[in-house]
Design a protein around this ligand. Structure first.
Ligand code: SF4
Length: 331
């Protein structure tokens, strides 16, 4: 089987043909199907792009990219202290559908429930997206909420992955937001350029390049192997169109819990003009306990990372605590 390689299809078609069945991935990577848990994949669908699969090493069950998408039997082990919504976003911080307001001056909008890849450690893996799916007319309460709070100067399009939506819809949302005079910044949180670099096409650049906003894109790259040539070319196009690039990573056992790996990631991001921004301690979401390392280990690893890099390349190690005014630095 060789479908994770060329020909590369337009991104919309690639999204329709993401890998969803464990046996597809096991066969392509030449790995035993027993690595995958059908029950785990039932609870949270296995989902990844052909591009992301193509970055994995065949025959290696410990590949750091595979581990991020592998529906593992470990997800079903009892994990006291882990919950469906560890950050209580929909329960406590969503005053109107489609909007999450946690911190001063900025709000999240959730325009899409879909991602191109299902990251097994995602803190929104059980998020009730259905309650937040809005048609154009249903966005009005969220827009009114922003308009009524003059302190909000930044909107963050978050996920699901906002770039899984059609550019027509995103352009409409961006133009509608641009009518709110207090907004200065538009930020997009997306993993799509990483897992499907052809998503960065002319239509996307067209609406992102709206000079009304200071625009930034926060990518999500956890391991240096994710930095493909296609991604770096896409980043170059984004930069040329005035988009500032940042990266957030999640500290994940078996994927990037080594100072050398994280230092290499920062070096390679910086070389591509992507600013390392956050390194998140894993949120305690049900099904992801096997990815978490203890705080003491995280702190020791971070101290080592700081000893390897100049300060401007060191992302901030944080933990999110619901109700706090900002993300909490672990050190
Ligand atoms: S929201 Fe981000 S982290 Fe969560 S599954 Fe989608 S791409 Fe992965």
């Amino acid at each position: 089987m060789n479908y994770p390689v060329a020909p590369v299809l337009p991104w919309q078609q690639e999204l329709r043909h993401v890998l969803r069945r464990p046996e597809q991935l096991a066969e392509y990577l030449e790995l035993p199907l027993a690595l995958f848990s059908a029950a785990a994949a039932e609870e949270f669908e296995l989902r990844l792009t052909r591009h992301f699969a193509g970055l994995m090493a065949k025959g290696d069950p410990d590949d750091p990219l595979l581990k991020q998408v592998l529906a593992s039997p470990m997800e079903l082990a009892p994990s006291p202290g882990y919950s469906a919504e560890p950050l209580a976003e929909s329960e406590h911080f969503s005053p109107v559908p489609g909007l999450v307001h946690k911190y001063h001056g900025r709000v999240l909008l959730l325009p899409s429930s879909q991602c191109a890849i299902n990251c097994r450690y995602c803190f929104r893996r059980h998020f009730p997206y259905r309650e937040h799916q809005l048609s154009r007319s249903q966005w009005q309460p969220a827009l009114d909420y922003i308009r009524a709070d003059g302190s909000i100067s930044e909107v963050i399009l978050s996920g699901g992955d906002p770039l899984s939506l059609a550019d027509k819809q995103l352009a409409w949302l961006s133009e509608t937001l641009a009518e709110l005079p207090q907004l200065k910044r538009l930020r997009v949180h997306s993993r799509l350029p990483v897992v499907l670099p052809q998503r960065v096409d002319e239509d996307l650049l067209g609406w992102l390049n709206d000079r009304r906003f200071q625009t930034s894109l926060v990518l999500h790259i956890n391991h240096p192997n994710e930095l493909s040539a296609e991604l770096t070319a896409a980043c170059e196009r984004l930069r040329q169109n005035g988009v500032r690039l940042f990266n957030q990573a999640v500290l994940l056992k078996g994927v990037n819990n080594s100072a050398a790996t994280l230092a290499q990631l920062s070096e390679e991001l910086f070389a591509e003009h992507i600013q390392p921004y956050y390194l998140h301690q894993l949120d305690r979401v049900r099904g992801a306990a096997h990815f978490r390392i203890a705080d003491t280990e995280a702190k020791a690893l971070y101290r080592e990372l700081r000893s390897l890099l100049p300060g401007y390349m060191v992302p901030l190690l944080t933990q999110e605590i619901p109700g706090e005014a900002a993300k909490t630095p672990l050190i």
